[in-house]
Design a protein around this ligand. Structure first.
Ligand SMILES: Cc1cc2nc3c(=O)[nH]c(=O)nc-3n(C[C@H](O)[C@H](O)[C@H](O)COP(=O)(O)O)c2cc1C
Length: 152
């Protein structure tokens, strides 16, 4: 197996990470994320610096993780196959905003709103550590588990 592909065997969920930049909003699909601390509650997401959403997170210092359910591959592809530089990915996607102003998808299983507390360069991605300042579980269903062959 190619060395890059071996990373796809580690089980993760799939989420749409959203952020804002002034009045603008954007979001991307991510699979590389995990919880890292209970007290304070911290999570880490791994985002490539060339993603448009990365600019939003770096400027506003906030993001929201919107966890997808097992039937939402199409939504994962929608946010993960085009850039907000070219399209408005929120055009037909219902959302609201709460504490941070980062979009909360109405169809998500759960959301975690975060303030950025630190970032670390990590190869071709950047690790962004977020302090969870607000969260809610919106429905009790199975999460979407990342399977590379469903997307690439
Ligand atoms: C299932 C899936 C998982 C992905 N996981 C990540 C990830 O963990 N980190 C990342 O930077 N990009 C990831 N991507 C790629 C971005 O979602 C994709 O490049 C997106 O179009 C970037 O959008 P933006 O330029 O509007 O930010 C993933 C894509 C898919 C379909």
């Amino acid at each position: 197996m190619a060395q890059g592909r071996i990373l796809d065997v580690l089980p993760t969920g799939v989420a749409v990470v959203t952020s804002r930049k002034g009045e603008k909003i954007n979001g991307l699909t991510i699979a590389w994320m995990t919880q890292v601390s209970y007290n304070p509650p911290l999570v880490v997401i791994s985002v490539a610096p060339q993603r448009y959403t990365y600019e939003f997170i770096m400027e506003s210092k906030v993001f929201a993780i919107n966890l997808l359910d097992a039937g939402q591959q199409a939504l994962a592809k929608h946010f993960g196959s085009s850039s907000g530089r070219e399209v408005d990915k929120f055009k037909n996607v219902p959302y609201s905003t709460k504490r941070t102003g980062a979009p909360i998808l109405k169809e998500a299983i759960a959301y975690l709103e975060c303030d950025v507390v630190s970032t670390f360069a990590a190869g071709d991605h950047s690790l962004i550590v977020g302090h969870v300042i607000d969260s809610e579980t919106l429905k009790n269903v199975a999460p979407l588990i990342f399977r590379a062959e469903e997307y690439f």
